[in-house]
Design a protein around this ligand. Structure first.
Ligand code: NOJ
Ligand code: NOJ
Length: 515
């Protein structure tokens, strides 16, 4: 069944590729070519097509059925089909967990659809393979003491990757548990009768079983996270060792939602333990706020600035599931996250030549506009190797900024309240730069205030500016690689990066609910 989807979408993609406009930055077409060029797509129409293309190209990297992964083990999610310069033909636990999480969201939209049935098969295969990976003896360790769960990547055929690498990475088990828990909840909602049937135990046991942790993927991950969140590991970019914001955020969320799941399965001892660790971790999270710098930092005790796209990703992936009752910590709409986003955007705007626009030269006041965002200021990985002149903007980071802004807009709309604190004021000032609407710290604004509406509108249009950057640097077929060049704007690094498609799809979901 999974085989069918890519073909349908492929035909669609081919059809639309011809209708695509060529982004100006690489428009080297001759005058006669230019005459045949269709009118420039609007952002809306581009997003609509790109949404289909991104899902198609994402599924192309998932086995079985994906056209780029014919020899990969059933259930594997390849980071990119690129096998050379760079070789990304591996399955990373993080990339796979995040990507499959996006598919669970699509599944949950309409579990009775044909697409959902295909996705459900893919998710079952993913789960089965993860069980196997958990039990695979690897350079991080073994299953016996759970140390092997910190292994960041595996070969496409499911065997361990034995080369040297930044290991362990402790975000993977948390992300995998979150994705499988969310699948379990979505499946439960759409198959209520299963839970009272005789086959219930057979179905959920591979996911969670109180007395058989060794056979339950989620429980094994929760045990790993609850016993090791306070130990150092490599960051999500696989480069530095320590304790990291992104990792801690997804660990905290996994422990909270894991405690709920354990309780639902009457595994009370585990539930209490996960909840207790979640609370300790939540208190610990305060350390990621650097008061002296005025923003969050990604890694504790690091000599870097700490500004990092991992802050945005941590806020997004650490946000409690809509069906849970947990209060968010460092939510996308929080002052700490928004002010950190402002600082990161300003750094990247000045850093990358493609981000400079006529308005950026002579401003004394902080302006906030959509730009290409990279991983962090000190980055030197250029997609193929290290370049001392610095890194480049990444698609997944640029999409994540859009998602933060859309989700903030949604939050303000549903809460009907905007409180501008002294901490958050610089963000709102930059957001509304050029607007004469009065704003002051310490005030609440609501639907009766013009400012409240302007903020929501501007959040959405700023989100669109970031997606417009993605549109500009995607190619004519709608492909997204890992990075785009800071000077020329051309795509670079691993092509068809699965996570680039997933992050784009997440941003588009958030955009829909904000609009
Ligand atoms: C170096 C990069 O900085 C790192 O993030 C990446 O995971 C590895 N190379 C492998 O591509
Ligand atoms: C390098 C990135 O830094 C890392 O986050 C990712 O997991 C791998 N590439 C694979 O996409």
């Amino acid at each position: 069944m999974a085989l069918l989807i890519p073909f349908v979408f492929l035909a669609y993609a081919v059809l639309f590729a011809t209708a695509f406009s060529i982004p100006p930055i690489r428009n080297f077409a001759s005058a006669s070519d230019a005459q045949q060029k269709p009118l420039q797509d609007t952002l809306d129409s581009w997003i609509e097509e790109e949404e289909r293309i991104a899902l198609d190209k994402l599924l192309a990297n998932v086995a079985p059925g994906g056209r780029n992964v014919e020899n990969a083990a059933k259930g594997s999610v390849i980071a990119s089909p690129s096998t050379d310069r760079p070789n990304y033909f591996y399955q990373w636990v993080r990339d796979a967990g995040i990507t499959m999480g996006s598919l669970v969201d699509i599944y949950a939209d309409d579990p009775s659809s044909k697409l959902a049935a295909d996705l459900s098969n893919i998710l079952d295969d993913y789960a089965e393979l993860q069980y196997h990976l958990q039990h695979t003896h690897n350079p991080s360790g073994s299953f016996d003491d759970l140390s092997g769960l910190g292994e960041p990547k595996f070969e496409a055929d499911g065997s361990p990757f034995v080369g040297s690498w930044g290991r362990p990475q402790r975000d993977g088990p948390a992300l995998r548990a979150l994705t499988l828990m969310s699948y379990l909840r979505a499946y439960n909602t759409s198959h209520p009768s299963l839970w009272t049937s005789d086959s219930a135990e057979d179905w959920y046991m591979p996911f969670y079983h109180a007395s058989m942790p060794a056979n339950s993927i989620i429980k094994a991950d929760l045990e790993y996270v609850s016993h090791s969140w306070n130990q150092s590991g490599f960051d999500l970019w696989e480069e530095i060792e320590g304790l990291h914001f992104f990792t801690a955020m997804v660990q905290m969320r996994a422990l909270r939602e894991g405690a709920d799941l354990a309780r639902a399965f009457e595994d009370y001892g585990a539930a209490d333990w996960y909840a207790e660790q979640a609370e300790t971790l939540q208190n610990f999270m305060q350390r990621f706020w650097a008061g002296n710098k005025g923003h969050l930092i990604e890694t504790l005790g690091s000599s870097r600035t700490g500004l990092d796209c991992g802050l945005l990703l941590g806020s997004l992936h650490g946000y409690p599931s809509p069906d849970s009752e947990h209060l968010p910590v460092y939510a996308p709409h929080s002052d700490e996250v928004l002010i950190s986003l402002l600082a990161l955007v300003q750094d990247q705007r000045a850093r990358f030549p493609i981000n400079s626009s006529p308005s950026s030269s002579d401003d004394d006041e902080a302006v906030l506009e959509g730009v290409g965002l990279g991983r962090y200021p000190e980055d030197v990985y250029d997609g193929y190797g290290n370049d001392a002149r610095g890194g480049n903007p990444w698609f997944l980071c640029t999409s994540s900024a859009a998602e933060i802004l859309y989700r903030t807009a949604s939050h303000l709309s549903s809460s009907q309240n905007l409180t501008i604190s002294a901490l958050g004021l610089p963000f709102y000032d930059a957001l509304l730069s050029g607007s004469s609407l009065d704003r002051e710290a310490g005030r609440n604004y609501g639907p009766n205030d013009a400012l409240y509406h302007s903020v929501i509108e501007r959040l959405k249009s700023l989100g669109d500016e970031f997606l417009d950057v993605v549109k500009t640097h995607a190619d004519a077929e709608g492909s997204l690689s890992e990075q785009f060049d800071r000077v020329t704007g051309f795509m670079r690094g691993a092509h068809d990066l699965t996570w680039s498609y997933g992050a784009f799809l997440q941003a588009v979901r958030a955009r829909k609910s904000a609009l």
